[in-house]
Each structure stands twice: as C-alpha cells, then as structure tokens.
Design a protein around this ligand. Structure first.
Ligand SMILES: NC(=O)c1ccc[n+]([C@@H]2O[C@H](COP(=O)([O-])OP(=O)(O)OC[C@H]3O[C@@H](n4cnc5c(N)ncnc54)[C@H](OP(=O)(O)O)[C@@H]3O)[C@@H](O)[C@H]2O)c1
Length: 340
C-alpha cells in the first residue's frame, strides 16, 4: 500500500518512526506499507518505490539541508494530485477554517485515494461533505486519532454497540487541560504547567485552542456528527475554557472534589446539546481518577446503559499509533488483521 504523508511535525515524525520500527511486524501481518511521499509546509520528498524512512527523519531534523530529493515549493496539494498513492495521511494543524487540511482531504478523495487523518479542523467544518464525497468515490475516510488519540472510540462504538443507541456522551478529551488542571490542584501555576505540555508536544500548534476549550469542542463536534446529528458545528457548542479555572479549583477543594474539563453531548428531542466546561467531580466518580494527559469517556446507551473507558496518554507516539492502526484497517478493510 502506497502512503502519502502530509504534515511532518510531532505526529507525522512519530508515525514515520513507528512504520519504520514496526516494518517487520507489519510485513508479518501481510501489510506491505511503502511511504511514497512526505510533505511539510515547505515542500515534498518523494520516491515511487518507497522512501528510506530513517534517512527522511534525519534530513527533516537537519532542515532538508542539501537533500536533493526534497523539492522545495512542491506542495502537498500537488503531491496528492500528481503522485500515485493509495492512502493520504493528513496531519497538518487543526485550524478554524479547516485549511490546509480540508483541501488536502478533498483532493485525495476526489482522486479516489483513501484518507486517514488526526486533523480535527476539516471534520469540524465539513464532516458531512467529506463523508458523502468518500462514499461517492468508494474510498474510506478514517479519523480515529482525532478524538482521544489511541482510545478507539469510533471503532468501539461501531463494532461493539451496533445494536444499541447512544444517547449521551461525557468525556475528558483534552489531555493538555487535564494535565494543567491536575498540576494546578497540586499548587502549581497555570503558565508553568502549560509550558510543560507544549514541551512534551501534546499541546495544539496554537495552544490557546487547548486552554480555551476549542480543541475539546472540536472533538465534541466530531463525535456529535458521527453519532447524533450530521451538520453539528463548533458554533453549536457552549464553550468555557480553563484560563480562569483557579477559582473553580478552590471551590472544588473546599468540597473535597476535583475539577475536570468535561465535554458533554446529549441527544434531546431530536436535537443535540453540546458543551465543554470545567465541572466539579465527586471523588467516587470514575472521572476523578483520570490524571495527567489521560483521556476518558462515559457512553450512555439505551440498552447497555453506561460504559466507562479510559486510556493513559504517555505521548504523541500513541496518536501516531492510532493513525497507523487506521492505515492498517485500510489494508484489511473487512477483518481485523490479527484474525487473518
Ligand atoms: N500532537 C498530538 O498529540 C495530537 C493528538 C491528536 C490529534 N492531533 C492532530 O494532528 C495534527 C498534527 O499535529 P502535530 O502535533 O503533528 O502538529 P505540528 O507538530 O504543528 O505539525 C504540523 C505539520 O504540518 C505541516 N504543515 C503545515 N502547513 C502545511 C501545508 N500547507 N502543507 C503541508 N504541510 C503543512 C508543518 O510543516 P513544517 O514542519 O514545515 O512546519 C508540520 O510538519 C493536528 O491537526 C492536531 O490537531 C495531534
């Protein structure tokens, strides 16, 4: 399978390293992955038979200095349009307009290429259009890494609860704010906690998206579009971030409670209510034990009732893993590869 990677930052680099690290294992599964192009904001490096991934990683670290195969100015969009590939992996920053990711994903689907993405922006502004386009072109659009990194939210609901109806979702879906609030509860100041999250590469490229609740709201919209109502937008979410969370933390302390930034989606009278806000959490609530950059969801179904899932987030490699897992699903569309 020929893969084109668009966006070579934290997630992109970890993905390339992971494909390289796992190449023998992937071969043993019968998945032959060839990365045929990698694009960043400045240009593209490509090779029909597959790039030497270790070399590409090193050259990127060196700023592509003197690396002839890197065509400066040859854009990701041109690479998607011109070059042969089976899967385009879109990993550019999540933005309010959805660009440049939206154009990349549209171009890929138009050319009947499958798409895997961790980029929330395009799905927030054009979920329905993109899903419809992928259906029209008979290709797949997978986006597991957009919500809760490696916690397989979409896969789990689709494959394990196909006979049930989801009525409500609550989640801790932004690791950066969960980490910051947790450290502030221990007495640290807001800025030093934020700096730490940025250093670790967890924070969004524009970190105000994290602290103002926008990243969590984007995930809320993607979940809502997937399961409740196509056409939900960011404007439909009531958003309250964590810049002024200190007072809430003090109040929670006085009641022996914790504070968590909670995403909430509730299906009510044929419409969907969505919010993101810091909430007081009782010590016996499972959310109270979700610490650091970890993420968790409570899913409320009509029949199976409440399911609680959580995952430890130790770093961006796990996001890259979720992307790789979606790529593998493209290689084996009808069955889990472990069962082959
Ligand atoms: N970090 C996480 O743990 C995490 C978790 C879940 C989802 N995500 C999502 O994954 C995506 C990538 O995140 P990241 O942390 O890897 O971001 P990042 O470190 O900022 O990397 C973004 C990459 O996109 C490239 N880029 C920007 N504009 C481009 C363009 N027009 N054409 C081609 N490439 C372009 C940048 O190029 P340069 O290298 O030249 O600057 C950079 O390589 C984001 O949408 C984010 O929301 C991230």
């Amino acid at each position: 399978m020929r893969i084109q990677v668009v966006g070579f930052g934290n997630v992109g680099k970890n993905l390339i390293a992971l494909i390289d690290e796992k190449k023998e294992f992937l071969k043993s599964l019968g998945a032959s992955l060839k990365v045929v192009s990698v694009s960043d904001s400045g240009g593209t490096v490509c090779k029909k038979d597959g790039l030497d991934l270790k070399d590409v990683l090193k050259r990127k670290e060196d700023g592509w200095k003197g690396f002839k195969p890197y065509s400066e100015g040859y854009s990701a969009l041109s690479a998607i349009k011109d070059l042969a590939g089976d899967v385009v992996v879109e990993l550019t920053p999540s933005t309010p307009s959805g660009e440049p990711g939206l154009s990349h994903i549209k171009a890929a689907l138009e050319r009947e290429k499958n798409v895997v993405t961790a980029n929330k922006g395009p799905l927030v502004v054009a979920f329905e259009d993109l899903v419809n386009l992928s259906k029209r072109k008979h290709v797949r659009l997978l986006y597991e890494a957009t919500v809760a990194a490696h916690l397989p939210v979409f896969c789990m609901i689709e494959s394990c609860f196909a006979a049930d109806e989801l009525v409500r979702v609550e989640g801790i879906l932004n690791g950066t704010t969960n980490f910051i609030i947790g450290e502030m509860e221990k007495g640290r100041d807001f800025q030093s906690c934020l700096d730490h999250a940025v250093e670790e590469g967890w924070a969004e490229t524009n970190y105000s998206d994290d602290v103002d609740g926008i990243d969590a709201a984007r995930k809320t919209v993607i979940l809502a579009n997937s399961y409740f109502k196509r056409g939900a937008t960011l404007g439909d979410v009531r958003i309250d971030g964590i810049r002024n969370v200190r007072k809430t933390i003090e109040k929670a302390k006085s009641q022996n409670k914790r504070v968590k930034l909670i995403c909430n989606i509730r299906w009510r009278e044929a419409d969907v209510e969505m919010s993101v806000s810091p909430r007081l959490i009782a010590p016996d609530d499972p959310f109270a034990a979700v610490n650091g950059g970890d993420m968790a969801l409570k899913l409320f179904f009509k029949t199976s009732q409440q399911i609680f899932v959580s995952a430890q987030f130790t770093g961006v490699k796990q996001t890259a893993y979720a992307v790789l897992n979606d790529i593998i699903k493209m290689a084996f569309p009808t069955q889990a590869c472990r069962m082959l």
